[in-house]
Write a protein that binds this ligand. Sequence first.
Ligand code: ADP
Ligand code: MG
Length: 229
Amino acid sequence: MKQLPAETVRLLSSSQVITSVVSVVKELIENSLDANATSIDVKLENYGFDKIEVRDNGDGIKAADVPVMAVKHYTSKISCPEDLECLTTYGFRGEALGSICCIAEVLITTKTAADDFSTQYILDSSGHVTSQKPSHLGQGTSVTALKLFKNLPVRKQFYSTSKKCKEELKKIQDLLMAYGIIKPELRIIFTHNKELYRDHQLILSATEQLSDGNNLRLLPTWTEFELVT
Ligand code: ADP
Ligand code: MG
């Protein structure tokens, strides 16, 4: 037996955390929700294999956290096993961004309330920042993953038919709908190949008071658009 090189171990473990386009979208949306976002834009190109971008209006990432934001096993959410007893966040393992960096090219743009302007960071495959430049986004964070599975041909092969790709889009739509149902105040916009695929605008449920004093709960609805493939 031989010990696998560290780079191979990293790639294999990342491919277990990130198994599909939908798992990237899920991890990025959960990060946005953990950062108190109320509006999230999800944009895909070529079913997410060329580009996945998730942009939120959440708290942003503090400059002090930037050097480790995408390094595996760094998290702002727990600091000891006891914290697992009272989790209030979706994430806590500090693995998502690091895993995405390992199997895609990643850019992160972020701005906190304390920052004067946003900064765009380019990350390498180990999640370290290789360059940065000022940017023009408002408060929040935008994570872009380019060329997903560029170094995992087996995963790409799995999505080589248009049927599989369309199934993946449907799964993403269902996932966004699920978040919409549990978070009625959340606004999500989903775009594929620059065409608005589903415009998901949720209306605050608790504020809609019926005349009999009961609250009207409005379920999320999608405005239907033609899917451009
Ligand atoms: P985890 O969510 O388990 O902590 P991630 O790799 O998903 O691990 O994210 C690492 C850290 O980067 C988070 O703990 C958080 O501090 C920061 N982060 C990631 N995405 C966002 C975001 N959209 N807004 C604000 N902070 C973020
Ligand atoms: Mg996370």
